[in-house]
Design a protein around this ligand. Structure first.
Ligand SMILES: [Zn+2]
Length: 257
């Protein structure tokens, strides 16, 4: 049987073959697979992981407490296909939108991107291309999961909302409850990240997804209205900016690995 897993920063979703997608919080991926192998005869596991993955081995994640993890050493009878969650998501998006030049920008706990150019995932030398969350933006009074203090993820992400609430000792959980100045920086970060991706990859489609976009879909319209102030304008000709229509894109994309 096939097992599909989406290991996000705050949840795990999994599916056995074509069964229901089950979401659990805060679980260890090794114990989850161990539990499932007791019940099911799992031959192959396709995993989307919110962090760094190389040659089907989990290396590191800024938002998940995990060290180098080679799942095949725990489960030698299972064949593993593992990739970064945004690489998986953009695979699913490319299928859905029938595009060979597409960039997925997902804002959830973190802010991440995956790009397909001329039909291929843009991976870089060590499968790390597209780590948009850690491009320099502005200095924050606290550190990112990666150790730096100027990442865009510190201003524009779900974890940013929480970090600013903690720092200011205020009790806001929603984007629209942020103090005006922080809220403006959040919005600026959305445009900055979008424009950077558009200029770097010249996509046909920029697709927005992730929990923060899902809860604040006005952001997609906001990008459409304001992106010309940030992006290189020739790149905007014929560019489509859309909100994802997929539920569980990383999990769906893992099936295409
Ligand atoms: Zn960072």
């Amino acid at each position: 049987m096939n097992l599909y897993i989406d290991r996000g920063a705050t949840y795990i979703r999994y599916q056995i073959e074509n069964g229901n997608i089950i979401t659990i919080e805060e679980s260890d991926i090794v114990s989850l697979i161990r539990e499932l192998t007791v019940k099911y005869n799992i031959k192959r596991a396709y995993i989307s992981f919110a962090g760094e993955v190389r040659d089907n081995i989990i290396i590191y994640a800024p938002n998940i407490d995990i060290e180098r993890l080679d799942l095949s050493s725990y489960f030698p009878d299972i064949q593993f296909k593992i990739d970064n969650d945004l690489n998986c998501a953009v695979l699913a998006e490319a299928k859905y939108w029938s595009s060979r030049d597409i960039v997925a920008l997902y804002i959830g706990t973190g802010i991440g991107a995956g790009a397909i150019s001329s039909g291929d995932i843009v991976r870089g030398f060590s499968n790390l291309a597209g780590e948009i969350g850690h491009i320099p933006f502005k200095k924050a009074p606290f550190a990112c999961g990666c150790g730096k203090d100027n990442c865009i993820e510190l201003f524009t992400s779900g974890s940013a909302i929480k970090k600013w609430a903690d720092y200011l000792n205020q009790d806001f959980k929603r984007l629209e409850d942020m103090p005006q100045e922080i809220y403006s920086e959040f919005l600026e970060g959305v445009l900055y990240a979008s424009a950077t991706l558009i200029s770097l990859f010249n996509p046909q489609i920029l697709v927005l997804g992730g929990g923060v976009i899902e809860k604040n879909s006005f952001l997609v319209e906001y990008i459409k209205q304001n992106i010309d102030r940030y992006a290189y304008n020739p790149n905007l000709k014929d560019l489509k900016i859309v909100q994802t229509k997929l539920k569980d894109a990383p999990l769906k994309g893992a099936k295409f690995l």
